[in-house]
Design a protein around this ligand. Structure first.
Ligand code: F6P
Length: 329
């Protein structure tokens, strides 16, 4: 028998990402348009366990589309990874008559959603909300474009001082285990190289490459470094240290961009993406879809089984690697 959804809960979980508010707004307004009640769940799964529920109306999300962070707040909740935690969360949902859940978050948050859906008869729709862009089945995640733009603005500034001092900068960016932010910000900022977990980095090759650039009158260099560790090594500090020790002729410096990459106003692209995905989440629930993540492929909304989305196997297009290699000569 088809279940009638009267009330949905919406939460944001894991690292905040610019555009999450636009997604909450779209979910809330689309649900209200269809006369579905909305409960805002504060602090992600933690709020589900602790019953931090707020009734959301259309005006709860006014004046939020342009704001970074998440008005629902967020958390990384260890308790939800236990069966007891999920039981508490489910009991609270039953008590509050919440029939379905929209989870906006990254890999860890959607993995939690998948476990929850397996254990309880509960429709869940995931929205990919993470700056890392590491969810399979979607070309882009909400927040990725904004973070990329933030990184490029920072790299442009660092380029000025790198040029002035003839220095090599190793700039570390986020992305967890994925190199999308590093690779694409390197292309967009005209950097000399990117060190990403999907590729193999040879320090000697890197040094030879920079040396070649110097001979061609490039006196400074920018290397974007993914934060990911591979076989226990990685990060900007590691590569800068090796270059300093093995090639003392280079004047190397490190900048770790850190959490500033997650903040700030969402880009127009992220606002539109989040609006389309939030709208699609409610449409999907009304169609009877469950346990899927909303994705975007070739600019079309698609449904991806959550179990597939979180497998950590989204590849980096080899063409992007060639583009950087050729253009940074
Ligand atoms: O998943 C988003 C992300 O910003 C990653 O890029 C990064 O590794 C991680 O979260 C940092 O998490 P936290 O804010 O908990 O330190």
């Amino acid at each position: 028998m088809e279940r009638v959804i009267k009330t949905i809960g919406v939460l944001t979980s894991g690292g905040d990402a610019p555009g999450m508010n636009a997604a909450i707004r779209a979910v809330t307004r689309t649900a209200r348009y269809h006369d579905i009640n909305v409960v805002g769940i504060m602090r992600g799964y933690q709020g589900l366990i602790e019953k931090e529920f707020v009734k959301f109306t259309s005006s709860s999300v006014s004046n939020t589309i342009q704001r970074g962070g998440t008005i629902l707040k967020t958390a990384r909740c260890g308790e939800f990874m236990t069966a007891e935690g999920r039981k508490k969360a489910y009991d609270n949902m039953v008590e509050a008559a919440i029939d379905a859940l929209v989870v906006i978050g990254g890999n860890g948050s959607l993995t939690g959603a998948q476990l929850f859906a397996k254990e309880y008869d509960l429709p869940i729709i995931g929205l990919p909300g993470t700056i890392d862009n590491d969810l399979y089945g979607t070309d882009f995640t909400i927040g990725y474009d904004s973070a990329l733009n933030t990184i490029v603005q920072c790299v442009d500034k660092i380029r000025d001082t790198a040029n002035s001092h003839d220095r090599i900068f190793f700039i570390e960016v986020m992305g967890r285990d994925a190199g999308f932010l590093a690779q694409n910000s390197a292309i967009a900022s005209g950097a000399e190289a990117a060190i990403i977990p999907e590729g193999d980095t040879d320090v000697d090759q890197l040094a030879a490459f920079i040396e070649r650039g110097k001979r061609k009158s490039k006196n400074s260099a920018i290397v974007l470094v993914s934060e990911a560790q591979k076989n226990g090594v990685g990060g900007a500090m590691y590569y800068a240290e090796r270059i300093r020790n093995e090639y003392p002729q280079f004047d190397a410096r490190v900048t770790i961009l850190g959490h500033l990459q997650r903040g700030g106003t969402p880009s127009a692209y992220d606002r539109i993406l989040a609006s389309r995905m939030g709208y699609a989440a409610i449409e999907a629930l009304m169609e009877g879809q469950r346990n899927v993540m909303i994705g975007i492929k070739n600019d079309e909304i698609v449904y991806v089984p959550i179990s597939r989305a979180v497998k950590n196997n989204k590849p980096i297009d080899a063409e992007l690697i060639s583009v950087l290699n050729v253009l940074s000569m």
